[in-house]
Ligand binder design. Structure first.
Ligand code: HEC
Length: 150
């Protein structure tokens, strides 16, 4: 014997009337796993005339981009020491725009503190060393620090 679910239909209709139409959450795709592809080289053959990266042009180093990537978090993109991390440091990084400070330090001092860190010149260890930077990169960063002068 079959019973038609009239009561069930009625309940369902009531629920439909008062339904809130909640939308299921979307997103959360693990896109990072795409990077784990164990693929080999896709390029076919290296060009025979490819020159090694031994060109000595200082202009090839973008000091502004280096500063934005490595320094702005503490020193601020404007060099004023008001980066998101810099404001929490004690002591806070100084304002590179200050002409009195610019006059008080040599280019050598600036490059040294960048390469070897604050303690190398008697400053705070919160200023980290950057031993991976080559002389061209140090010179480009020093020039960028100088460019903040007002
Ligand atoms: C983790 C935060 C942090 C990062 C990253 C950082 N600095 Fe610093 N830096 C400091 C702090 C703090 C001081 C101040 C130390 C003091 O006054 O004792 C400082 C000091 C300096 C000084 C010396 C200022 C002076 O008084 O002579 C220079 C120049 C400098 N930083 C440049 C850079 C450059 C260029 C980079 C990127 C390559 C960089 N810093 C990355 C925190 C940082």
């Amino acid at each position: 014997m079959r019973r038609e679910g009239l009561a069930v239909c009625a309940v369902a209709a009531l629920l439909a009337c008062g339904g809130e139409g909640g939308s299921p959450p979307t997103g959360g795709e693990p896109a990072a796993e795409a990077a784990a592809q164990a693929g080999g080289a896709t390029a076919g053959d290296p060009g025979p005339g490819s020159s090694p990266a031994g060109e000595d042009e200082d202009a090839s180093v973008d000091g502004a981009a280096l500063f934005a990537a490595r320094c702005a978090l503490c020193h601020g993109s404007a060099g004023d020491g008001k980066g998101p991390t810099g404001m929490a440091l004690e002591p806070p990084p100084r304002d590179f725009g200050d002409p009195a400070w610019q006059d008080s330090v040599s280019d050598e001092h600036i490059e040294r503190v960048i390469a070897a860190g604050g303690p190398s010149v008697g400053l705070s260890g919160l200023m980290p060393a950057h031993p991976d930077l080559d002389p061209d990169e140090l010179a480009a960063l020093r020039a960028h620090v100088r460019s903040f002068r007002r």
